[in-house]
Design a protein around this ligand. Sequence first.
Ligand SMILES: Nc1ncnc2c1ncn2[C@@H]1O[C@H](COP(=O)(O)OP(=O)(O)OP(=O)(O)O)[C@@H](O)[C@H]1O
Ligand SMILES: [Mg+2]
Length: 530
Amino acid sequence: MKEYWTALASLMGAFAFLQGVVHAVFPAELRAVVVRLLGRLTRAFSPYCYFDVTEMEGMSTNEIYDAVQLYLSSTAAPASGARLSLSRRLNASSFTFGLAASDRVVDTFAGAAVTWEHVVAPRQGQGFSWRPLPEEKRRFTLRIRRGDRDKLLPAYLDHIIAAAVDIRRRSQDRMLYTNARGGSMDARGVPWDPVPFKHPSTFDTLAMDPARKAAIMADLRDFAEGSAFYERTGRAWKRGYLLYGPPGTGKSSMIAAMANFLGYDVYDLELTEVSSNAELRKLLMKTTSKSIIVIEDIDCSVDLTNRAGAPPRPKPRASIDGAIEQDGGAGAGRSITLSGLLNFTDGLWSCCGAERIFVFTTNHIEKLDPALLRSGRMDMHVFMSYCSFQALKILLRNYLGFQGDEELDRLSDPAVLRGLEEWVDAAEITPADVSEVLIKNRRSGKAEAMRELLDALKARAEKRRRGSASGPAAAGKAAGGGENEEEEEEEEEEEEKRALESPNEGKEQAGTDSRGGGGQDEDADGKKQV
Ligand SMILES: Nc1ncnc2c1ncn2[C@@H]1O[C@H](COP(=O)(O)OP(=O)(O)OP(=O)(O)O)[C@@H](O)[C@H]1O
Ligand SMILES: [Mg+2]
């Protein structure tokens, strides 16, 4: 074997020498022919094979060239001394690095080493063209061992293209799409209106129990990296989240954090703007993969009653007139039905395009039809609760600028901190209300802001205690006597809370209130509750 390689090396040396001689001795035309011939001979005996990825394919740009450039800029290790070029795409918020002319990078894939070289040569004699070509011819040359060819191609190229799509998506600002145009299409037949999505909410800024937050992040990560799993199990690559809880507990902030975490675009589906199941399907077909499709306040958007003959249900606050219809009603196709929505999320239509997350939010989970809550539809039920002490600490850190829990413990008055811990549960305060108190007092200094917050918690808890002591009957009398509207509001809130704590038809939600509790449970249907 060793002799073979020695002989091959000498043969290649001889070819190189011959090429040198040809350069020195022969006239230009003949030289080109002989050099080409010798080049071919060299390649025939070489242990490597080479693939060129040119920048231009005829008159059009070669997408693989762009993909290779992006991929190499982030993944491969430049050979020592290699020069990288810096660039930033229009609208993008991050830089990318590219390989400069004639530099090489090495990469490994499936255990095989490969080398990329970026070759740049001046373009000669540009003839007439409607579209001027770049002045330089650029290409990447991939060198791989002959023996690795079957292992690497085309899997390695597929890998590069997928990685490039991912990098492009992450370096580009995300988009928020809305269907506020009421079903009409733009010139390209797209029913969605895009705006740049710059919501600053992240999982770092989101105040919720750390263990539940970690569970959601892990679930999202598993989903995003789950291509093989979904293929193996024959499942559509999608996931459903139902976020529920009182107003101001961070449901919308959670959606933004999810989008920022995964780098997905967001489609905000306004159901009241959709007039039929067919339109809903069209909207779905025009969404891209790697996106989050959101329906906010699902209980208010449309009355989604599934079963014919079901007992009459309380009318939703903002249901759209005329669009309410029982499943299988005579006018099916003219308005949205629950089955239309379910087809949208888990029927055959949901599979056109992969890697999508459906998120529904509601303040009133008890108003949702159980059909929507069954497994396979909403895989994760996430209860966004009132502020726990752990969540409160996150808000204190973010709003008052403490660097971590250690600094918060060290720099704040222990009595105030203890007080906050003691009162926060009784106050049943939303993160939105806590933020408001902190924003209002942030100029007065950390200590003062925390004291104010403690006072606010105490006042709130006290009010709640008084409210529950006097009971609903007394509250009704008080309201009748016109004492104040706040009591009525409280009563309403209490009602909401009771409903949240004992959601309808118990089975699916049994024992799943995880307020303040960590981790996640899986119920009998295999649906996760965090
Ligand atoms: N868990 C949270 N962590 C951090 N900030 C929060 C959280 N919840 C609420 N906030 C703050 O309160 C504001 C309102 O919250 P958000 O819109 O996310 O609530 P929501 O649950 O979607 O309410 P609604 O049910 O009314 O839609 C946010 O802009 C954010 O500043
Ligand atoms: Mg919201």
